[in-house]
Structures are given as structure tokens and as C-alpha cells.
Design a protein around this ligand. Structure first.
Ligand SMILES: Nc1ncnc2c1ncn2[C@@H]1O[C@H](COP(=O)(O)OP(=O)(O)OP(=O)(O)O)[C@@H](O)[C@H]1O
Ligand SMILES: [Mg+2]
Length: 251
């Protein structure tokens, strides 16, 4: 064990750190975890920008309206930055637009934030989001970021499992984002190939991560320095590719 340079606590060395984004293959599915304020959305906005630069179509289920240049700018939050998506639609506006003309959804450079109606919670929020999924599936060939699952994921368990288990065939790679592991329904976690997590303070949350992604990973998340995320791969193929990419970045 080495010591963290900022807090002097002991940190694990043998579990890979997240060092930057990559273009996933369509069979890769991510869980992105960490307490509120840990920097998940910050990390993912950078990932979205990277994907846009590599001509990947991106759609974000943008519950906090923060991934597009046109999102909620939050002037009272110092350091807060909106994401790079070029198009923002509320979910009702998206559904209305699809009734007239689907061509905007088929653009190769799609970079779309889909914003649920503010104030919806739990089953109501889930119902609104579920209604856009068939159109996203039919479009296919995209990177799909699904935010704030702790708030609504348990009301859309079957739909999320469908995304995780079968949408790869349509060329959809998915990122499932939640503050803690149980915010992502267990069958969906079972489909995740790559888990990226910041500090997990609670032993019970680490227990779930031990079950899904192994003891070494769960152990490495407490203590885990601020703004640090670690990665677990449940398929060795992705771990090997990650090591290769990390080596190339260091060159
Ligand atoms: N690596 C970083 N460097 C600088 N600022 C950061 C970094 N990571 C996060 N921040 C800032 O910290 C704040 C919280 O980050 P962020 O919104 O990404 O947290 P979060 O994990 O998504 O939280 P929540 O679960 O509440 O959505 C933001 O204002 C963000 O700009
Ligand atoms: Mg966030």
C-alpha cells in the first residue's frame, strides 16, 4: 500500500486508476459510481467530449440538465461547467419532434441531451424516460449515458436490463450512473463489464461491489483520494485493452 499525496492515507496500488476516456466497443457497458459531488458527471462530460471528437453519436439522459451547452448554468456553483452536447431537448419536446420528422435523430454527429421534466421523481420520472427508449433503440449506433439512476432506476428495472443485455446488438454502448451500487438494479449490474468508482464510504455499499466486481476493487475504494476513480473489469479482454491504452497514454 502507498500513501495518498494529498491526505496521507494508505491507498491501494494494484487496482487500475481511471486515467482517461476511450471509445468502447458496443459490448462494453459501464457502471459509474461515487458519492454526490465526487465528480462523476464532470468525468463523464469529458468522456462525452472525447467521443464527440471521435465522431461517435452521443445521447445523455440528462436528469440534472448539465450535459449540453444550453443546460442549466448554475451560476451559484463555483467550478461548475456545462457539458459539450450541441443539442438539448426536453423529453416532451423530443417525443413531439419524433412525431413529425425522425431525421434529426439519425444524424451521424448526434450530440443530444434529453432533459426530463423538472420535479418528476421515482416512478413518474422513470415513466417519462422509458417512453424515449424505443426511439433510441431503433436509432442504434450510439453511446448512451443514463444519469441519476439512484433516483429512478428501480422503477425501470426491466427496461434498464434490456439496454444492458440486448442493445449492444444495435450498436449501443451504455453508461449507468449512480451514487452507489444499489442505485443500479442488481440484474443490470450483473451485465456491467467495466465499473468506474470513486470513494465508497459505506461498508454495505462496498459489500455489493465485492460481490459484483471483486474484493480488491471494493477494498481500493476506501480510502480513495478525492477526484480519484478506480476501474474494475469483469472481462479480461477489456482489462488488457485498458492496460495497453494506459501504457500508450504514458508514452
Ligand atoms: N476533476 C475535477 N476537477 C475540478 N472540478 C471538479 C472535478 N470533478 C468535479 N469537479 C467539480 O465538483 C462539482 C461536483 O462534481 P459533479 O457534479 O461531477 O459530481 P457528481 O459525482 O456528478 O455528483 P452528483 O451525484 O450529485 O451528480 C462540480 O461543480 C464539478 O465541476
Ligand atoms: Mg452528477
Amino acid at each position: 500500500m502507498a500513501k495518498c499525496s494529498s491526505c496521507a492515507r494508505q491507498v491501494s496500488e494494484d487496482v487500475p486508476l481511471y486515467t482517461g476516456p476511450w471509445v468502447p466497443d458496443a459490448y462494453e457497458r459501464f457502471a459509474v459510481l461515487g458519492m454526490t459531488g465526487s465528480g462523476k458527471s464532470y468525468l463523464l462530460k469529458q468522456w462525452v467530449e472525447y467521443l464527440m471528437g471521435r465522431r461517435q453519436a452521443v445521447v445523455v439522459i440528462d436528469v440534472a440538465d448539465e450535459y449540453s451547452r444550453l443546460g442549466n448554468p448554475r451560476p451559484s456553483k463555483p467550478g461548475f461547467k456545462l457539458g459539450p452536447l450541441t443539442q438539448r431537448m426536453t423529453i416532451p419536446a423530443f417525443r413531439a419532434a419524433l412525431r413529425h420528422d425522425k431525421t434529426f435523430l439519425l444524424r451521424a454527429d448526434l450530440a443530444l441531451s434529453l432533459v426530463p421534466t423538472p420535479g418528476l421523481l421515482g416512478p413518474d420520472l422513470a415513466a417519462e424516460i422509458k417512453a424515449v427508449l424505443p426511439a433510441l433503440r431503433a436509432r442504434g449506433n450510439l453511446c448512451l449515458f443514463v444519469e441519476e439512476l439512484a433516483v429512478w432506476g428501480r422503477f425501470a428495472e426491466l427496461e434498464l436490463l434490456d439496454i444492458a443485455a440486448t442493445w449492444a446488438k444495435e450498436g449501443v454502448a451504455a453508461w449507468f450512473v449512480s451514487q452507489y451500487a444499489t442505485g443500479i438494479p442488481a440484474p443490470v449490474r450483473g451485465q456491467v463489464s467495466s465499473c468506474i468508482s470513486g470513494e465508497q464510504f459505506k461498508a454495505s455499499d462496498r459489500d455489493y461491489l465485492t460481490r459484483d466486481f471483486g474484493r480488491a476493487f471494493a477494498h481500493s475504494l476506501h480510502p480513495c483520494p478525492p477526484r480519484t476513480f478506480r476501474i474494475a473489469f469483469t472481462r479480461s479482454q477489456y482489462a488488457d485493452e485498458h492496460h495497453q491504452r494506459a501504457k500508450e497514454r504514458r508514452k
